[in-house]
Design a protein around this ligand. Structure first.
Ligand SMILES: [Zn+2]
Length: 126
C-alpha cells in the first residue's frame, strides 16, 4: 500500500509539472525552425592572438542548421544577441518541452499500470 501512495504522489507531482509545461507551450514565442550551431573561428590576421591560442578564437558566431531533402544546410545568423538566434533557441526550447511532455505522459501511464495491476485478479476465471 505504501508503494501505491508513493506512486500516487508522483502522479500528482507530474501533473503539476505537466500543467506548467503546457501553459508555457500553449503560448509559444516566435520561432525559427532548425538548430543553432555555435562556432569560434580564426581570423585572417596572422599576427592575431587567435592563431597562437585556440582559447582566444573569435566568436561565438551562430549558424542555423536545418535539413532540407536530407541535406544539412547552414545559414549564418550573427552574434549571440540577434533576434534570429533567439527565435532558433525558442524553437529548440519548444521541441524540448514537447519531448518532456511525452516523457511525463509515459511515466504517468506506467505508474497507472502499476497501480492498476494491484487491483487485477490473477488466475482462473469463475
Ligand atoms: Zn584573430
Amino acid at each position: 500500500m505504501e508503494k501505491v501512495s508513493r506512486w500516487r504522489q508522483r502522479i500528482s507531482q507530474l501533473r503539476r509539472i505537466r500543467g506548467l509545461l503546457e501553459n508555457r507551450l500553449m503560448k509559444p514565442k516566435a520561432m525559427r525552425v532548425g538548430s543553432v550551431v555555435r562556432q569560434y573561428m580564426f581570423c585572417g590576421k596572422p599576427s592575431c592572438v587567435c592563431h597562437r591560442d585556440a582559447q582566444k578564437k573569435h566568436g561565438p558566431y551562430y549558424y542555423l542548421s536545418s535539413k532540407e531533402e536530407g541535406k544539412s544546410r547552414y545559414k549564418y545568423l550573427g552574434k549571440a544577441t540577434s533576434p534570429e538566434v533567439e527565435r532558433a533557441q525558442n524553437y529548440q526550447g519548444f521541441q524540448r518541452g514537447i519531448a518532456r511532455l511525452g516523457k511525463i505522459h509515459r511515466e504517468v501511464i506506467d505508474l497507472l499500470w502499476k497501480i492498476g495491476k494491484g487491483k487485477m485478479e490473477k488466475g482462473d476465471a469463475e
